[in-house]
Design a binder for this molecule. Structure first.
Ligand SMILES: NC(=O)c1ccc[n+]([C@@H]2O[C@H](COP(=O)([O-])OP(=O)(O)OC[C@H]3O[C@@H](n4cnc5c(N)ncnc54)[C@H](OP(=O)(O)O)[C@@H]3O)[C@@H](O)[C@H]2O)c1
Length: 286
């Protein structure tokens, strides 16, 4: 029996998960198909109920369904509970468990692609939306020394800083455009962009939250945006001599964690990464 996997979102046309997940399944000789389904919010209850079919291994969940699926699941793990969002559902014998692999994917990319450990280091997180929450919680779990969170809407940065303070990490909330950002960037070992600035076809496609003069050469600059591969922020970082990491690694590593839960096999990360890069190149060319 061919097993069923896939991703739901609304819309779903932007997703490249089907390309790299199917490449991973094929490379491992697993008899499964991974599809992309556009599911309107009104159809979520029925869609999730039907995942209990014996041939379904699970699904990924993307915007705008990450919170809406939760009441329809039998269980939700600690990462997803903390994040308040589910990006992976695993089906086993009629039971559906919700997971959130974004934080794990973020940390694994940091470690494996750049050999960076957040333990005791200073981090500046730009943004305070859903991905920033996953990143902040992951950094806190991994023992980050000190956090500064900068956001356009300062109230959201304050709420996130409070969350990490409650978990014992000294945290400062600042404005993305205020005068403190230069000083915080200057002190950071790690700078992570979790805003949508620089995203292809986004509202600030050509914008960067920091200039090369504000980025220390010793820092690692990690942009969660993966389209384009070289964002305006990563260009500024390279100009300052800093090391850089693009968001495609996190995308693939969060998918690899889901792959491992569904199949019980190690994910062929290199194959998945190559196929993700190919899918992005094809998007850009079309
Ligand atoms: N690589 C990966 O695996 C991965 C995973 C998740 C997300 N991402 C990427 O990360 C980015 C953010 O995703 P998200 O899910 O966190 O989105 P979100 O929850 O909507 O949050 C968006 C963030 O961007 C800020 N922002 C939006 N437009 C802005 C502008 N014009 N100027 C300044 N700040 C602006 C928002 O600030 P306000 O609070 O002021 O609105 C907020 O902090 C997206 O580009 C997404 O593709 C990548």
């Amino acid at each position: 029996m061919t097993s069923i996997l896939g991703i739901i979102g609304y819309p779903i046309g932007h997703s490249i998960s089907a390309a790299f997940q199917q490449a991973g399944l094929d490379a491992c000789g697993i008899d499964a198909t991974y599809s992309a389904w556009e599911v309107p919010p009104s159809q979520i209850p029925v869609f999730i109920r039907d995942l209990r079919r014996p041939d379904v291994l699970g699904i990924n969940v993307t915007v705008p369904h990450k919170e809406a699926v939760i009441p329809h699941l039998d269980e939700v793990d600690d990462w997803a509970t903390e994040a308040g969002a589910v990006n992976t559902i695993v089906h086993r014998q009629g039971r559906l468990t919700g997971h959130n692999t974004d934080g794990y994917g973020f940390l694994r990319a940091l470690r494996e692609a750049r050999g960076f450990s957040p333990q005791g280091r200073r981090a500046l997180v730009l943004g305070a939306g859903g991905s920033a929450r996953a990143v902040v919680l992951a950094l806190v779990r991994d023992g980050v020394g000190r956090l500064a969170i900068a956001n356009r809407t300062p109230e959201r940065a304050k709420a996130l800083a409070k969350l990490s303070e409650r978990r014992g990490v000294t945290s400062l909330a600042i404005s993305l455009t205020g005068p403190e950002i230069a000083a915080e960037a200057g002190l950071a070992d790690l700078i992570v962009n979790c805003t949508s600035l620089g995203m292809f076809h986004g509202p600030g496609e050509e914008s960067t939250p920091l200039s090369s003069q504000q980025i220390p050469a010793a820092a690692l600059v990690y942009d969660l945006v993966y389209n384009p591969a070289e964002t305006p922020l990563l260009r500024e970082a390279a100009r300052s001599g800093a090391r850089t990491l693009g968001g495609l690694y996190m995308l693939v590593y969060q998918g690899a964690a889901a792959f491992e839960m569904w199949t019980g096999q190690p994910a062929p990360v290199d194959v998945m990464l190559q196929s993700a890069e190919k899918a992005m190149a094809a998007r850009r060319a079309s």
